[in-house]
Design a protein around this ligand. Structure first.
Ligand SMILES: [Zn+2]
Length: 414
């Protein structure tokens, strides 16, 4: 991996960098759409490439169960299997083990779980997770970590963090012995829950292993914790992680979360939210989410967003048409998924342009004004951005609302 910082914001911690991997260049900060089963639901890989997306995420847990390693090996890896020519990141499978399997037991050796297809006990060790990701052939691979929900408290949080550090050592060893280091890049995952002391210890341990890793992820967040805690943990991690490595915040997809994380120094993020909410009939726009199921769109003949360059909007597919077929006809899911992926790319692309132009604080103020001007700014966003020198309320009498903000609830509910 080549990682080159090309611009820094003069006020916040945001930066623009060029990450060169085996399947081309990805400019950071970027949002990675999630292609769980080696496919972004509703789109072909060719469509995704044509939208300009250069990095997507596949789920190791799912690909390992189906189609399985034998098929992936015979296909020559996941790129060839799915016909995807750009960069690919795989997670380690740990998160799905905990969130999807009721019977997962964590031991020092690895995670023991019941196969959802055969019911047979199956062990996923750190070494196996890395070997599976080698077979998949992703450009960026993730360490197996011991994942606990961000709502877990007590000694389990510290135990999981310490084990994640030990498992990182095993992942590094497996990766170094594989001969894949030139084409595949291992990322560590910082754990430690919502406890700043545990996070700090994990950061120290994982930064000490920097020779073995190409980048760092911030894990264990986005699990329903208070947003005021969320941004403080992101800031703590981004502040301490090495400048010359990419920083990936896992499971982040709302536009306001992305922009706050970028301002705090995050380079990459992923989430199923924009593609999932599309299938429920919600289009993301710079004025906030738009629920096309509502009858008010029945005779609205304009596109989702006049200024959007996506094929759905530029071909003038009307809101009325989308309302007519949304959640009934699969073409509505295609049309909205395309639009939402382009929206996410625009939010991040405009951030990159503004950082390079030296106008990122202005971009933040105008984005939040357009997006939240009518419902009130989430207080946590105001506080998080103040911590890096941007006052969203400067010359702006907008209301500030506690919690996640009304737009969040609107986008979340189908
Ligand atoms: Zn569009």
């Amino acid at each position: 991996m080549q990682f080159e910082i090309i611009a820094k914001c003069h006020t916040t911690k945001a930066r623009v960098s060029r990450m060169t991997l085996a399947h081309g260049v990805t400019m950071l900060p970027t949002f990675m759409p999630v292609a769980t089963q080696a496919a972004i639901k509703g789109l072909t890989p060719q469509q995704v490439e044509l939208l300009g997306v250069t990095l997507i995420l596949n789920n190791t847990y799912h690909l390992n169960l189906r189609p399985g390693l034998k098929v992936l090996n015979e296909a020559g890896g996941a790129h060839k299997f799915q016909g995807w020519h750009r960069n690919l990141l795989t997670d380690s499978g740990g998160f799905q083990l905990v969130s999807l399997s009721k019977f997962t037991t964590i031991t020092e050796e690895g995670a023991l779980f019941a196969s959802p297809f055969t019911g047979e006990p199956t062990m996923l060790t750190p070494e196996e997770s890395i070997s599976i990701q080698h077979a998949i052939g992703a450009d960026i691979i993730m360490q197996l970590d011991d994942v606990v929900s961000s709502l877990t408290t007590g000694p389990r949080v510290g135990e999981a963090m310490e084990r994640s550090v030990r498992w990182l050592d095993r992942c590094i060893r497996q990766h170094e012995q594989s001969g894949k280091k030139d084409t595949q890049n291992l990322f560590a995952i910082v754990q430690g829950g919502l406890d700043p002391a545990l996070r700090d210890r994990c950061l120290d341990e994982m930064i000490a292993r920097r020779d073995g890793v190409a980048g760092y992820a911030i894990g264990g967040l986005s699990g329903g914790e208070e947003k005021d805690t969320f941004w403080r943990i992101i800031k703590q991690c981004a502040d301490k992680l090495p400048e010359e490595r990419p920083r990936y915040s896992m499971g982040i997809g709302f536009a306001e979360d992305l922009l706050v994380c970028v301002a705090l120094g995050v380079d990459m993020a992923d989430c199923v939210f924009p593609t999932r909410t599309a299938r429920f009939g919600v289009a993301l726009t710079h004025q906030g989410p738009l629920n096309l199921k509502l009858s008010k769109h029945a005779q609205d003949f304009g596109p989702i967003d006049e200024a959007c360059p996506c094929p759905t909007c530029s071909e003038k597919t009307s809101r009325a048409m989308l309302h007519h077929i949304v959640t009934h006809e699969t073409v509505a899911a295609h049309a909205l998924t395309i639009h939402n992926i382009v929206f996410q790319a625009q939010v991040m692309g405009r951030a990159r342009s503004a950082i390079i132009a030296g106008t990122f604080p202005d971009y933040l103020r105008s984005f939040f004004s357009n997006y939240f001007g009518d419902t009130g700014y989430p207080e946590w966003c105001v506080n998080a951005l103040r911590s890096v020198g941007v006052d969203l309320l400067e010359n702006n009498p907008a209301n500030v609302v506690p919690g996640k903000g009304a737009k969040w609830e609107y986008a979340k509910s189908p």
